[in-house]
Design a protein around this ligand. Structure first.
Ligand SMILES: [Zn+2]
Length: 678
C-alpha cells in the first residue's frame, strides 16, 4: 500500500529557490523549523515550522510532501509548456501532452462551447427506455478507476469500479476486479454518520446536486437533487465500510453466469457487453454484498431516478473541463465544504495534474531525463540494498516467528523486486487521440484509453515489472501481487533523499519510507501473499497470533490520539500503515548503522548521527491540515494523520537514548508499551 494519502494538492508558488551552488555534504536538517525548548517528538522537530507556516489558501493540507509536490509540478509544467510551444517539431507523444494541456488552458474556447461537449452523453441518458438500456449505459461508463491493493482507492462515482490485475489465487492470469461504487461523497459514513459535521455536509451536498442540475439547464432542480441524494443514501447503506474494504478475504470469484444468480436485478449481460468485459469468464468481486445490493437497487428504484443520478454524475465528472460556473460550483462543494480549502488553485496547476493523469508516462519520461541522474539511482539502489539486508537480519533475530515461516520470509525477501525511479518499459500512447481544442473529449478519451489499456492485460502475459505510479509522483507503493515496490523518481529528491546529504538524513527520511514499503510485504497484508504474489497465508497460526497481539497494542496507541473531541484516530483502520511506519523506522535505523561500516559517529549542527536520523524522520512528516480535511482523512484513510506518524519514534528504544526522553514527558512510553512488531 502506498505511503501517503493522495490528496489533490495545489501549488501556490512557495517553492524554495533552486540551489545553484554545489553544496557540501550537509546534515539536511532545517534548524529554524525546530523548537528545541520542548521535549523530543513532533513539536521539538517541527515546532518552529508549525508556528511559522500557514496552509496556503488553495490547499487543504501542507507539509514536506506538498512542498515537494509543488516543486515537481512547477518543473513538470515547464516541460509540458515547452511541448505545447514546440508542437510542430515535437514527436507525437510530446505533441499530445502539449495539446492536452493547452486545450485545458484555453478557457475562452471552453466558455464558448458551454455544455455542448456533453450533449451526446446526456441525450444517451435521456433516451434510456428500460432496464436493459440502463444497464448498457451503466456498463459503458465503467473505468479502471479504483485499486484495492496497490494505491488503495475505493472511490468511484460510477456504479462499479474496475481494477485489472493478476488473480488473487492465480498469479499466472489476469482478471477484472469489480468493486462497489456510485457515491458522490467519499464514503458511506458521509451519508450515514450522525455527527453534526456530516449532517451539515449532507445539506450542502444536496444543494450542490441541485446547483449542477441548474447549471446544466434542467428544471425541477431541488426535486431532482433530493431524489438523487435519497438514491445515494440507499447505495451507501449497501456499501461495505472502509475497514471491511481492506479485507482481501471478502473478495470472491464469480463466473460471469453467476452474477445474475448471486447479484440479481441488473441486466448483467448488457452491462458486461457495454463494458467490453465479454471475454472475461470469471470476475473477482471485491465487495460481493455491495455488488448484490447495488444490483437489487438497479431493479428496484424508478428508472427516472437512475437517469437523474446518471445526469448528475456525468456533469459532475466533467465539471473541471466545463465553463467557469461549473468549475466554481464543483470547487464550492468538493474543495471548500468537503476539504475546507478556501481558494481554488491556479488553473495551470490543475492542467498539469490532468495532463499527468492522461499521459503520465510521457511526462514521466521527460521528468526522468531532466531530474533523475543515474548517480542518484545508484545511490538509492545502494540504500535499498542495505535496507533489504537489515530487514533480513530482523527476520533472523525475531523471537516470535517460527523457523519454517522465517525460511519463507527470507525467500520472499530474496525475490522482492524493488523499482527505483521509473519502469523498465515505457507505456505506449500511440492509440490515444488528443484533439486540440476539445478539452472534455480529450479527458474522456484518455480515461477510455486507460481502461482499454488495462483490459488488454487480460490477453497478455503477466508483467511482473508493471509500475503503478508515474515517475513524477511524490509517493511510494508496495505491490503485493507482484512482490514488488515502486519508488518514483519524484520522491527520491530533497527533503526525502538528497544525494549531497549525509547518511543520517537520507536513512531517517527516505530510508524509513523504503523500510515502510518493504515491511508491507511481511505484515498482515504481506503475510497473505507469498513470493509469487499468490493469496496464501504463509504464516503459522502462532506467528499470526503474536503479530495480532502486538498489533492490538499499536491500535490502542493510535486510538488514543484524539484530534477532535468527537473524533479519534481509528487504530484498526490505520493499523497496517502504523505497523509499517514502526517497522520502516526500525529497519532504516539498522540500515543506517550498516551504512556507517563501523566508522565513528560525527556530530553535525550539534546533533549526533542518531539525533539527526530521528530529526530527519520527524521533518519528513511535518504537516498541517485543515479541520474538514482531517475529518475526511480520519473517516476514509488507511493512514494515520501525519502529525501522529511523526511521533512514531516513541516506539524505538534508540530514540529514548538519543534524546534522553524520560518518564513524565508527553510522548514517553514505558519500555513494555513500545511496540516492536519487527
Ligand atoms: Zn504503507
Amino acid at each position: 500500500m502506498r505511503i501517503m494519502t493522495i490528496v489533490i494538492l495545489a501549488a501556490a508558488l512557495v517553492v524554495a529557490p533552486a540551489c545553484t551552488k554545489k553544496p557540501e555534504v550537509s546534515a539536511g536538517i532545517d534548524l529554524a523549523g525546530m523548537d528545541t525548548s520542548v521535549a523530543a517528538g513532533n513539536a521539538y522537530t517541527n515546532g518552529g515550522w508549525i508556528t511559522a507556516t500557514s496552509i496556503p489558501a488553495d490547499k487543504s493540507s501542507y507539509g514536506a510532501g506538498a512542498i515537494l509536490v509543488d516543486e515537481v509540478r512547477k518543473r513538470t509544467q515547464a516541460l509540458i509548456q515547452e511541448s505545447a510551444n514546440t508542437a510542430s517539431a515535437a514527436n507525437d507523444d510530446t505533441r499530445k501532452i502539449g495539446d492536452f494541456y493547452s486545450s485545458f488552458m484555453d478557457e475562452a474556447a471552453i466558455e464558448a462551447k458551454g455544455i455542448t461537449p456533453l450533449k451526446a452523453q446526456l441525450d444517451g441518458i435521456a433516451a434510456i427506455a428500460d432496464r436493459h438500456g440502463l444497464a448498457r449505459i451503466l456498463g459503458g461508463q465503467l473505468r479502471a478507476d479504483v485499486d484495492p491493493l496497490n494505491n488503495t482507492n475505493f472511490e468511484t462515482g460510477n456504479l462499479f469500479g474496475v481494477w485489472i490485475s493478476q488473480g488473487l489465487t492465480d498469479p499466472t492470469r489476469t482478471f477484472p476486479y469489480l468493486l462497489q461504487g456510485g457515491l458522490g461523497m467519499p464514503d458511506r459514513e458521509y451519508y450515514l454518520s450522525t455527527t453534526p459535521h456530516m449532517v451539515e455536509l449532507r445539506k450542502q451536498y444536496q444543494a450542490h446536486i441541485a446547483a449542477i442540475f441548474k447549471l446544466a439547464g434542467f428544471a425541477d432542480q431541488d426535486a431532482r437533487a433530493s431524489r438523487v441524494f435519497a438514491l445515494e443514501t440507499a447505495i451507501a447503506k449497501v456499501h461495505a465500510t472502509r475497514v471491511e474494504s481492506e479485507d482481501v478475504h471478502s473478495a470472491v470469484s464469480w463466473k460471469r453466469e453467476e452474477l445474475a444468480v448471486k447479484a440479481p436485478g441488473l441486466d448483467w449481460p448488457a452491462l458486461l457487453d457495454a463494458a467490453t468485459l465479454n471475454d472475461a469468464p470469471v470476475l473477482i468481486v471485491w465487495h460481493p454484498k455491495a455488488v448484490s445490493g447495488l444490483s437489487a437497487l438497479v431493479a428496484k428504484e424508478p428508472l427516472d431516478i437512475w437517469k437523474d443520478w446518471l445526469v448528475f454524475h456525468a456533469v459532475e465528472k466533467a465539471a473541471s473541463f466545463l465553463p467557469k460556473a461549473f468549475v466554481d460550483e464543483d470547487f464550492q462543494f468538493y474543495g471548500k465544504a468537503l476539504n475546507g480549502t478556501p481558494e481554488i488553485r491556479p488553473r495551470w496547476q490543475r492542467g498539469v495534474d490532468f495532463t499527468n493523469e492522461a499521459l503520465g508516462e510521457v511526462v514521466g519520461k521527460l521528468y526522468v531525463g531532466h531530474y533523475f541522474p543515474t548517480e542518484t539511482k545508484a545511490k538509492v539502489q545502494a540504500m535499498v540494498d542495505n535496507l533489504v539486508k537489515a530487514f533480513g537480519k530482523r527476520i533472523d533475530s525475531l523471537g516470535w516467528m517460527s523457523p519454517e515461516t522465517k525460511v519463507k520470509a527470507k525467500q520472499k525477501l530474496s525475490t522482492l523486486k524493488v523499482g527505483v525511479g521509473y519502469p523498465d518499459r515505457w507505456q505506449n500512447y500511440s492509440g490515444l487521440e488528443v484533439v486540440k481544442g476539445d478539452a472534455v473529449g480529450n479527458q474522456q478519451r484518455a480515461e477510455a484509453f486507460e481502461y482499454h489499456r488495462q483490459l488488454s492485460k487480460l490477453h497478455e502475459p503477466i508483467d511482473r515489472g508493471e509500475w503503478w505510479m508515474t515517475p513524477q509522483t511524490v509517493n511510494a507503493v508496495n505491490l503485493p501481487l507482484q512482490n514488488a515496490l515502486n519508488f518514483p523518481a519524484a520522491i527520491l529528491q530533497s527533503p526525502y533523499f538528497d544525494a549531497n546529504a549525509d547518511a543520517a538524513h537520507n536513512y531517517g527520511s527516505m530510508g524509513a519510507i523504503i523500510g515502510h514499503e518493504i515491511s508491507h510485504s511481511f505484515d498482515d497484508q504481506g503475510s497473505q501473499f507469498d513470493a509469487d504474489g499468490r493469496l496464501d497465508n504463509w504464516w503459522t497460526k502462532a506467528d499470526f497470533d503474536h503479530f495480532k497481539a502486538a498489533g492490538e497494542a499499536l491500535a490502542a496507541q493510535f486510538d488514543a490520539y484524539r484530534p477532535f473531541p468527537d473524533l479519534a484516530v481509528n487504530g484498526h483502520q490505520t493499523l497496517s500503515e502504523n505497523i509499517a511506519d514502526v517497522a520502516g523506522l526500525l529497519t532504516s535505523y539498522d540500515a543506517y548503522r550498516l551504512s556507517l561500516q563501523g566508522t565513528a559517529d560525527v556530530v553535525k549542527n550539534g546533533f549526533s548521527g542518531d539525533q539527526r536520523f530521528f530529526i530527519s524522520f520527524g521533518q519528513s512528516w511535518r504537516s498541517k491540515i485543515r479541520d474538514a480535511a482531517l475529518r475526511r482523512e480520519l473517516a476514509t484513510d488507511g493512514h494515520a494523520p501525519e502529525q501522529y506518524r511523526a511521533d512514531v519514534p516513541r516506539n524505538l528504544d534508540g530514540w529514548y537514548d538519543a534524546f534522553s526522553v524520560h518518564p513524565g514527558q508527553k510522548l514517553y512510553l514505558e519500555p513494555n508499551q513500545r511496540v516492536h512488531v519487527w
